[in-house]
Design a binder for this molecule. Structure first.
Ligand code: MN
Length: 327
């Protein structure tokens, strides 16, 4: 399929580059490093070869979220966003941008998002899970009350917020001790991010700000598969849900969330997601440079879904959600 839009596609600046080292075997680092720092060379070739018209770019992970010195987090976010704005301006048809945000401080994050959207025309934000603020073990999740003024700004700006994975900090990851292979995309990323999303849904955030738009990668980090059970466990007891939100969790998932195909190139999984949230809420993505564009595109272009759904997922859903081509 030609004209695809992909939106979980990363780059690095020198300050954040080494955050991506260690996820993969050392012998692949030279290749991954080259992929991360490239914007206009190999990346465009990959896009041309595999029918991707536009990538919405975002900083690598965990980057800003792991910088517990708040002033430094703000400085790196601004540096990355300034750099990205400059790169996108060189070729705006092929590249658009998501802001990195210093969510260690909700007020700083609100101001940086406003700056990126109003001054640079960024399409939203991509944030790498919880933020460490003040000390490495102070992990802040965005359902917490201090974040609600930030969410008010996000809703007012009317831009999507991509909740991207990161690993849990060591102190909170005892279940993985001795089983390091489960960290990262194998399992820990999805578990960490799915719980964060459920916290947002259960907190009542979407009752207060019903027009928030949250994007999740990797076909929803396992949530489509599990959503019915979240709301229907022990249904015979007729017990009221013990959370602050007013509605079943699935209703928020269906109304406030969009899912991308990043790093999860499996037709059975896509069809499960389509059956849970509909083809209108799924967006093609690769997760370059951690996954291959050819793996994403060759699978997506040929998977057994209707051509109407392929066009929605590959292009038109993203055009609408990110207001691309409306200027
Ligand atoms: Mn990613």
């Amino acid at each position: 399929m030609q004209g695809k839009i992909a939106l979980e596609e990363h780059f690095a600046i020198p300050d954040t580059l080494l955050d991506s080292k260690g996820f993969l075997a050392d012998e692949t680092w030279p290749e991954l490093e080259a992929r991360l720092i490239d914007i206009h060379g190999r990346r465009i070739e990959e896009m041309d070869r595999h029918g991707i018209e536009t990538m919405i770019l975002s900083l690598n992970a965990p980057a800003v979220q792991a910088i517990h010195d708040v002033a430094r987090a703000n400085e790196i976010a601004r540096r990355a966003n300034d750099f990205l704005a400059g790169e996108v301006a060189k070729n705006p048809r092929r590249f658009q941008a998501f802001a990195a945000l210093p969510l260690q401080d909700p007020d700083l994050a609100s101001r940086e998002l406003e700056r990126c959207v109003k001054d640079f025309g960024f399409r939203g934000a991509l944030v790498n899970g919880f933020s460490q603020a003040g000390s490495p073990d102070n992990c802040l999740y965005y359902d917490m009350p201090q974040y609600w003024p930030f969410w008010e700004v996000v809703q007012k700006l009317d831009v999507p917020f991509y909740l991207h994975p990161r690993n849990p900090v060591d102190a909170w990851a005892q279940i993985y001790k001795g089983h390091g292979w489960l960290m990262g995309p194998t399992w820990a990323f999805g578990q960490e991010t799915a719980v964060h999303a459920l916290r947002l849904m259960g907190s009542g955030l979407f009752d207060a700000y019903p027009r928030l738009k949250i994007v999740m990668g990797h076909m929803g980090e396992g949530l489509p598969f599990s959503m019915w059970r979240v709301d229907n466990r022990n249904a015979w007891t007729k017990a009221k849900p013990n959370y602050k939100a007013t509605r079943p969790i699935a209703e928020y998932f269906h109304q406030n969330f969009w899912l991308t195909t990043s790093g999860n190139f499996r037709t059975q999984t896509l069809i499960d997601a389509m059956l849970e949230v509909s083809a209108d809420r799924i967006l093609f993505s690769a997760d370059w440079p951690f996954e291959n564009v050819d793996h994403a595109a060759n699978w997506f272009d040929n998977c057994s879904i209707s051509e109407a759904d392929r066009i929605k997922i590959g292009r038109t859903n993203s055009m609408r959600l990110f207001k691309l081509g409306n200027e």
